[in-house]
Design a protein around this ligand. Structure first.
Ligand code: HEM
Length: 532
């Protein structure tokens, strides 16, 4: 998540950069900015946190940002064409054994606010949210909900009157109300060929997270606060009722851009950090100056062990971040419990762009955290290596005692056509792993844990194209690999596992009697599809 946050990594940022972009996951349409429908992914991502968190009961310690919204898209209170299905279908791709959907919802809102404000807003990412396994209670305030009920709902979620007003005013800086969703709030006259869903925005800058909504509301200029303030239907003027409920005192406190961003940052932080008591959130994710973003071990036929991967350097120099001048490794053996060996300096600038192969370099702008460059490294190491150290500043633990041999592993899918309307899809994983012989001795098998998304073929989203929360859970299953032979200090184990359907494989862990390898979160295995 730090990687997505700091490097504004593609493809995560496509729907929200620029801020008026829209990606229609449900209909599988390409991104467009602005789309002629009047939809905006950044606004949908921000609206989503309100609809997920607001049914929290902080005294009972239940609800909050827990992705229960994934079970609730059919409720009338969550109306809004695709805002849940589009968003969660997109986020689900990033969910794995380590990252929950609820954490992705938090990250999506934070990154939307940053992209749309151009500011490194005061909202920090904490992680550790746990996804709900069923729907939460209903009760999201709607435009026609009376003031007392709305304030009571916010109160139960831990927000007093002023905080509720701030939350709504901040949220309604982006996007607007759509005719197709709310026929009684927005008139059909708004619908045009370039605005087919008929969005009526809250302010004149719906794709900028700014205080224009406050200014226009107070001055009665521009959009005057939008359809929930000046809509012809008095019953659905929910923003007006809220804003006036303390004689506009809270709204006036948001009039300066600085106050707006500080107070909105604080209130968004509160919304995304409202979690069930069973959840303990991490410390804020801090951008790392150095980071090993990927790595992989290779065991050659002659028994030599090497490691290759990528080092990111986040600097604030306004130019390419220079390659680290030193790279060293620590090791520990029975004879030498601590030791270090150094390698040659990394290559200098070679004009790498993202996606290029190793051995080169690229530099790009991380808008909120400065420039970063990414350097490949590749070194021979020993099996007793315990860490890689970059520039004597950054240390990352290594554990090459047991690992998946990625270059000897592969994953392939086979589609068998039964007749014109049906087919069978099988996924086959060929897995190879290496383990130090002194650890596994003469063991015949090595343990494997497969981490998969969802319970199986019923969860193939392409079938219905509608987000199915049941499919997001990560399940664990166990297997084993057979002993093949030895190479150098290692014993090699291999095996084949076949699943009916897409498998949804997220990670594989190999180990022996409690000595486990690190999981391979993104398998990095080649996906081959064959039709037979
Ligand atoms: C009393 C509380 C609230 C009510 C009654 C309310 C109502 C609405 C309604 C009716 C829409 C139009 C949705 C559409 O047509 O697609 C909307 C949009 C939106 N709301 Fe709220 N809202 C409330 C609170 C909040 C809060 C606290 C946030 C902050 C996260 C928020 C963020 C948004 C955003 C960003 C949009 C624009 C969505 C888009 O353009 O797709 N709302 N709201």
């Amino acid at each position: 998540m730090e990687y997505i946050l700091v490097e504004q990594a593609l493809p995560f940022t496509i729907p929200i950069s620029p801020c008026n972009n829209f990606v229609d996951e449900v209909d599988s349409l390409p991104p467009s900015a602005p789309p002629n429908t009047g939809e905006q992914s950044s606004a949908e991502w921000v609206r989503l946190i309100f609809h997920d968190f607001i049914t929290a009961d902080v005294v009972a310690g239940t609800g909050g940002l827990d992705a229960s919204i994934g079970f609730e898209s059919e409720r009338a209170e969550n109306i809004g064409k695709h805002f849940i299905n589009d968003t969660l279908t997109f986020f689900d791709v990033f969910v794995n054994a380590y990252v929950s959907l609820a954490d992705m919802i938090a990250l999506g809102a934070i990154m939307s606010l940053r992209t749309c404000s151009g500011l490194n807003a005061e909202t920090e990412l904490k992680v550790g949210r746990i996804d709900a396994t069923k729907a939460g209670p209903s009760g999201v305030p709607q435009a026609f909900t009376d003031l007392t009920t709305t304030l009571a709902t916010f109160e139960t979620a831990g927000f007093n009157q002023s905080e509720a007003i701030t939350a709504v005013a901040c949220g309604h800086s982006l996007g607007g109300v759509h005719y197709v969703n709310f026929l009684s709030i927005v008139g059909e006259d708004v619908v045009t060929i370039n605005n087919t869903d008929g969005v009526s925005t809250f302010d004149s800058t719906p794709d900028v997270f700014d205080n224009i909504v406050i200014k226009e509301y107070l001055a009665g200029t521009g959009k005057c606060g939008g359809p929930l303030v000046i809509g012809s239907n008095v019953t659905t003027r929910s923003d007006l009722r809220l804003f006036q409920s303390d004689n506009n005192l809270t709204i006036k406190s948001l009039l300066s851009p600085d106050d707006f961003h500080t107070k909105c940052g604080y209130i968004f932080q509160r919304m995304i950090d409202t979690v069930p008591t069973a959840v303990t959130l991490s410390e804020p994710v801090v951008p790392q100056k150095w980071k090993i973003t990927t790595y992989d071990y290779q065991l050659r036929q002659d028994g030599t062990l090497s490691i290759s991967g990528n080092i990111r350097y986040l600097c604030d120099l306004g130019l390419n971040c220079p390659a680290p001048s030193t790279l060293s490794y620590t090791f520990a053996t029975l004879n030498e419990p601590t030791g270090t060996f150094s390698t040659l300096p990394l290559p200098t600038v070679q004009g790498r762009v993202p996606g290029d192969t190793c051995g080169s370099f690229f530099s790009t702008d991380a808008p909120f955290f400065g420039n970063f460059s990414s350097y490949c490294f590749s070194n021979n190491i020993t099996s007793s290596t315990t860490a890689i150290i970059v520039q004597n500043e950054y240390s990352y633990p290594l554990f090459p005692s047991v690992f998946v041999a990625q270059s000897d592993s592969s994953i392939a899918q086979t589609i068998t056509i039964i007749n014109d309307t049906s087919f069978v899809l099988n996924t086959t994983l060929k897995l190879s792993a290496a383990a130090l012989t002194w650890i596994v001795k003469d063991a015949k098998t090595l343990d494997v844990v497969f981490y998969q998304k969802g319970p199986g073929p019923a969860c193939q989203q392409s079938v219905s194209n509608i987000f199915n929360m049941e499919c997001t859970g990560i399940t664990e299953s166990e297997g084993s690999l057979e002993r093949l032979g030895t190479v150098g200090e290692y014993t090699i184990f291999t095996g084949t596992q076949t699943w009916v359907g897409g498998a949804g494989l997220q990670a594989v862990q190999v180990g022996y009697q409690g000595v486990w390898s690190m999981s391979v979160a993104t398998l990095g295995l080649v996906l081959n599809t064959t039709v037979v």
